[in-house]
Design a protein around this ligand. Sequence first.
Ligand SMILES: *[C@@H]1O[C@H](CO)[C@@H](O)[C@H](O)[C@H]1NC(C)=O
Ligand SMILES: *[C@@H]1O[C@H](CO)[C@@H](O)[C@H](O)[C@H]1NC(C)=O
Ligand SMILES: *[C@@H]1O[C@H](CO)[C@@H](O)[C@H](O)[C@H]1NC(C)=O
Ligand SMILES: *[C@@H]1O[C@H](CO)[C@@H](O)[C@H](O)[C@H]1NC(C)=O
Ligand SMILES: *[C@@H]1O[C@H](CO)[C@@H](O)[C@H](O)[C@H]1NC(C)=O
Ligand SMILES: *[C@@H]1O[C@H](CO)[C@@H](O)[C@H](O)[C@H]1NC(C)=O
Length: 363
Amino acid sequence: MGVKLPATLFCCISLFVLLNEVSHVESTRRLTSDGAFHWYNGLFVFGDSFADTGNSPKSNLSEVTRQWYKPYGISHGFLGDPTGRFSNSYVQSDFIAKILGRSQAPQTFRDTKDSYSDHFGVNFAVGGAGVFEVPRKAPTLAMQIDSFKKMADAGDIIRKWQLEQSVALVAISGNDYARVAKMSNDTEILAFIGNVTDEMAKGVQRLQELGVTKILVNTLHPLGCTPWQARPSNYTKCMGRGNMAAELHNGDLEQKLNATNSNSSVYLLDLSKAFTNIIDPSDPHDVPEVAKKFKEKLKPCCKSFDPNGYCGQVDEDGGDQYSVCSDPENHFFWDDVHPTHAGWEAVMKQLEQGLKDFLHITY
Ligand SMILES: *[C@@H]1O[C@H](CO)[C@@H](O)[C@H](O)[C@H]1NC(C)=O
Ligand SMILES: *[C@@H]1O[C@H](CO)[C@@H](O)[C@H](O)[C@H]1NC(C)=O
Ligand SMILES: *[C@@H]1O[C@H](CO)[C@@H](O)[C@H](O)[C@H]1NC(C)=O
Ligand SMILES: *[C@@H]1O[C@H](CO)[C@@H](O)[C@H](O)[C@H]1NC(C)=O
Ligand SMILES: *[C@@H]1O[C@H](CO)[C@@H](O)[C@H](O)[C@H]1NC(C)=O
Ligand SMILES: *[C@@H]1O[C@H](CO)[C@@H](O)[C@H](O)[C@H]1NC(C)=O
């Protein structure tokens, strides 16, 4: 376990080691398979950088503010500038919003303090967050839910009728596991995994009690296959133990959320499977269709020169300390922990039908 952890980790850590859509109070109405209209009035997003669309304020460039600097956000049309997303363009919460018929993730919580122009929901997710406090002090899942509760109780921004047909996304992608590096043995680590999944289940239960109708919870992706774990092998290999730990986390989560119950209001979005199909297929001779477009599966598009540096880093003279690929659409990973826009698209494409079935959306 002598793995050196980078100074600050954003989304995902191995064990070992959204422009506001100017549309108004308009729900997405669609015919369901049983012939009734089905619509959702709100999307509420919680979690970390997989879902954050600009909740951390922009400040001087550092590893924790890099999402506000180039080359973040360089791709895709109107987004062409950094938006506070940890990607070259969109992130997971945007793709979920698209499935609900919107053009991108709902307004950030931070922006609602100035004006609330979205009327479709709020994104509370903050890069670096976990269920427990992290050194960087990104608000925990529970704190994000506190903010949501306050807005729901006040009833002026988040309305009761909105909650009655609403979807929540809980994107907890492994920041808590940074502290595992300091743990002495497997027993302690297993106990900690149990504690993390307990906290997630508590959060989900609170959302249910607050009246959210449908709750999507990400499973943990294969942590050992993130570029910063694969860098020592020149991006040729995943680190198995991180993946094992993610599987333990996912098994626990499934049990505690009762998500296999067919009536459940909770749905596990299986990022583990969707990522693995692309970046670590069990049969390398039978690569799934969705994986074929990715020329680079473990090597990130944006790569810092220094293994402990970060995408977007510059030296004192303003010289770039990173390189950016010319074809982000052929790379699954954008930086050392986050997928590209194309990566997210390929992940969400695999999960879309299951998600629509769960939400009774038929289009
Ligand atoms: C940001 O950088 C400027 C110029 O180097 C400096 O004066 C300022 O104190 C920095 N702000 C913060 C919050 O570190
Ligand atoms: C594991 O570590 C914990 C905390 O340091 C300790 O209490 C426990 O006895 C250890 N268990 C084993 C099997 O070594
Ligand atoms: C897990 O939570 C329990 C109860 O809060 C606590 O006593 C224990 O120290 C935690 N274990 C770890 C490894 O964090
Ligand atoms: C990675 O690539 C570099 C440069 O090509 C090489 O020097 C190094 O030995 C390689 N490391 C591994 C683990 O293959
Ligand atoms: C799962 O089911 C158990 C037993 O019915 C219940 O105590 C628990 O609160 C449920 N968890 C969630 C997240 O709904
Ligand atoms: C599903 O919900 C229906 C209606 O509320 C109930 O009758 C049924 O027992 C539930 N099934 C399960 C597996 O919980």
